[in-house]
Design a protein. Structure first.
Length: 214
């Protein structure tokens, strides 16, 4: 879905410790399905470096909730004049995580993201993460715990704070196929947290995966 231009991308940090081989084959069908053949082995990871984040970004501890912001609300939308929420889902399968390559002609084009988008009116971030996952990948998922919550100022100078909230998502059907939306993403892979292939990850994805490697 549409992403807010809330932060500039940074170079990802590649950490040792995992072996994943993914080959994506494009199958042009009615839904343009991308199939992935993979062999994986994920030993214990002991990284020597942590992913960098933009100076304007501030992380919250996993599970920490901004006062009232992530709880269901009956009095109006989560977003207001000073805060904008973007929800993401870290989809888990066999110890690996799903990442999607953003099309070159899109914002942050060529970088690898995770399913997510803007939290809509009268929707909680958790609900948005599940919805976005289905819309962008065709996968039905069950919400898990909050993995990360990053705050950053608006890069266009507006008096706004953007909240990027990521939740762990468990797939309802482990063998379900990924069906991408061609207008947004053109490839996907299942990777270990240390990003062994050195994919150029969107900055908040690099930070979130890095926190899982420690």
């Amino acid at each position: 879905m549409r992403k807010h231009r809330s932060a500039a991308p940074i170079d990802p940090v590649t950490l040792p410790g995992c072996n994943v081989h993914g080959i994506a084959d494009l199958h042009l069908t009615g839904t343009q399905h991308l199939g992935v053949h993979r062999e994986l082995s994920c030993p214990a990871i002991t990284p020597s470096a942590r992913p960098l984040v933009p100076p304007s970004a501030r992380s919250r501890r996993c599970g920490h909730r901004l006062s009232g912001s992530l709880e269901p609300r009956d009095d109006g939308p989560v977003n207001d004049d000073l805060h904008r929420f973007v929800a993401h889902g870290l989809v888990v399968r066999d110890g690996t995580y799903l990442v999607l390559r953003r099309r070159d002609d899109r914002y942050l084009g060529g970088q690898w993201d995770i399913p997510g988008g803007t939290v809509e009116d009268r929707e909680t971030p958790a609900e948005a993460a599940v919805r976005e996952c289905f819309e962008e990948t065709g996968l039905r998922a069950v919400i898990g715990s909050e993995v990360s919550h990053v705050e950053n100022a608006d890069t266009e100078g507006r008096d706004l704070v953007f909240h990027t909230v990521t939740f762990r998502l468990e797939i309802s059907e482990q063998e379900a196929a990924v069906h991408l939306r061609p207008a947004e993403h053109d490839e996907f892979r299942w990777i270990c947290p240390d990003n062994p292939d050195g994919l150029p990850l969107v900055w908040h994805v690099a930070q979130t995966l890095g926190s899982l490697s420690t």
